[in-house]
Each structure stands twice: as C-alpha cells, then as structure tokens.
Design a binder for this molecule. Structure first.
Ligand code: C5P
Length: 311
C-alpha cells in the first residue's frame, strides 16, 4: 500500500472521515481480554466528521465544532486526542498539534463517530508531521485505540472479525439509500454488550460467530430488497431493552414500508434501508411528520474511507 503521508506541510491538513452502519453484527462469547468475538459487515456511509490538524507550539490541543460539541471532551478523554498522542509517542515527534473536529456523526450513536475522529486524527497528524507511514500501519495503530478505529480508514464495505478490528474488504454492488433516525438519548457500548450477556443464555452464544452468507450474496446481487430482509444485529434486543423507544422507531419505519430496519451498532441510531433516493426522501418526510426520532438524515453507502480534503 502506498505511503499515506509523505510530505510535511506548513498549513493545515484536513481529513474527511465517514461513519458506519453494521449490516450484520453477530456477537459471540466474551474473550479473556473482556471483548466479545464479533463477526460483522461494515458499510461506510455518507455522514462525515472533518478532522483538521493545525500548527501548535507544543503538546496536543483539541477543539470540537458543531451542535454536539458540548457532549465531547477535548483532552485525553477524546479519542482523536489519544490517536494524536499515540502517533506522537510511536514516532517520537516533538512538534505540537492542534486538532479541530467538525462533528456531524452522532455522539455515542452506534455509528463509530469517536472512532472515525481517531482515524481522521491518525491520518491528518501523520501527514502534518510528515511521517512515512502506510494506511495499513495506521490501521494497526488505530486498533490499539478501539475495535472500530481501523474501519473508517478503509471505508467501503468490509468484514470485521476478532473484536471487529480484523478487516477484509468485501464485494458489494450498488448504492444503498438509508434513512437514519437519531435519538435524543445516548447508549454506552459496554453497557449494551453487558445487557446482551444478561439477555442471552450462554449455550445460545457461539464461541466464534459466523458472517451470514446470505447477506454477503445479497450484497453482491446489489438488490436492496434482498439486503433489507437480511440485516441482522445481535445487539438490537439489548439496545431496545435499555431504550424501549427504539421499538417504536423501528416499527414506524417498517410500517412506512422500508426494506429493512436495524439498530446501528450498539445504538441508539436506527437505520432504515430504502429502494431509492426518492423512497428515502419519502420515508424521511413520513418519519419526521410522525415525530419519530430527534433528527432524520438521508445517507448513502458504501462510500470511501478517510480522505484528505482542502483545508
Ligand atoms: O473498542 P472500543 O473501545 O470501541 O469498545 C468499547 C467497549 O465495547 C469495550 O470496552 C467493550 O466493553 C465493548 N466491546 C466488546 N466487544 C467488542 C467490541 C466492544 O465487548 N468486540
């Protein structure tokens, strides 16, 4: 793979990085490290955060823009900050950096927004500091920060195994039109996994879960109706049990004729698959009129992974 970052630059470096939906999320047993074995299919979608790296005298500073800025810390508790710090330590960088995160992916929404920011931070900082490091190496570093950090660097559609960080790009045909319903509430990923364990009798949980073959075939067919019927999320029941309003949201989309409705990752964002751009717009209007979800967004997938844009 070609180097992600070759030349130092005096100006800012801006990276646009996508959120994700898990089209399948199969959960297995808890491992010794506390993580669950996963088999998942990620699709990157057209809802982006921008991460800009700017000069700073020393140290790492961070700033968050957008309506959700108040929900996120700007120090060590911010995954993008930790990503910059990890890279700085690993490559013995003395120069400082200031990160500006323009946030659109919902915070704690199940779309890997924090992981996207960490991925964007790795790419922006690597270019800004002029490090010769491949995207593969950035993905390996990213996996140390969280299971979902490598995928936004890859984008497209991919199978995730292990704790979700072992990625293989997968074939997928066509463009998928989604309606996203954002919740006013947030869900904690560890809490949703814990509820999954409570709800699932241990003999029903596979040691290593399988990727659903029928969904892989459907994605290759490019037929959204086939894909919609096969969306599956083992964390869905756990997320709904913690936030019962999600049942109403899922039902509203199904009754309005979507092809498939699913909790995104550990929730609480709900993703509805539709037949076309027009069908997505119609469903968005219907759900808005019904007062379903705090906010409705139309997105498409798959889209490419983290990429440099003009700063
Ligand atoms: O890796 P990340 O920090 O994003 O994961 C957040 C939490 O979600 C983990 O600490 C763990 O509680 C849970 N998790 C899990 N199994 C996975 C991924 C995440 O139990 N495969």
């Amino acid at each position: 793979m070609s180097p992600a970052a070759e030349s130092p630059t005096d100006g800012g470096v801006r990276v646009r990085v996508p959120g994700k939906i898990n089209l399948a999320l199969r959960v297995g047993r808890v491992r010794e490290d506390g993580y669950h074995e996963l088999a998942t299919i990620f699709q990157a979608v057209s809802l982006y955060d921008d991460v800009t790296a700017l000069p700073a005298r020393d140290g790492i500073t961070c700033e968050v823009l957008g309506a959700q800025a108040h929900k996120i810390g700007v120090g060590e508790d911010n995954l993008a900050w930790r990503a910059a710090d990890l890279l700085k330590q690993a490559y013995d960088v003395s120069e400082g950096i200031h990160l500006v995160i323009d946030k659109r992916i919902p915070v704690a929404g199940g779309m890997a927004g924090g992981s996207a920011d960490a991925a964007g931070s790795l790419l922006a900082c690597a270019r800004f500091w002029g490090l010769r490091i491949s995207v593969d190496d950035l993905m390996r570093l990213g996996a140390q920060l969280g299971a979902d950090v490598p995928f936004p660097l890859m984008g497209g559609c991919a199978i995730g195994l292990g704790k979700g960080e072992t990625l293989t790009p997968m074939l997928s045909r066509g463009v998928y039109h989604w309606v996203l319903g954002f919740s006013a509430s947030q869900l904690s990923t560890p809490e949703v996994f814990r509820r999954f364990d409570e709800l699932s009798p241990s003999h029903t949980i596979p040691e290593i879960p399988d990727i659903p073959q029928d969904l892989m075939v459907a994605l290759i067919s490019g037929d959204p109706a086939r894909v919609g019927e096969r969306l599956i999320n083992d964390l869905g029941a756990a997320a709904c049990s913690l936030l019962p309003e999600l049942n109403t949201t899922l039902r509203a989309g199904r009754e309005a004729g979507c092809l498939g409705a699913i909790i995104s990752g550990s929730g609480p964002t709900v993703a509805f698959l539709t037949q076309s751009e027009e069908a997505a717009a119609d469903l968005g209007v219907t759900l808005s009129c019904l007062g379903i979800a705090k906010d409705i967004r139309l997105v498409t997938g798959p889209v490419g992974g983290a990429a440099f844009i003009d700063a």
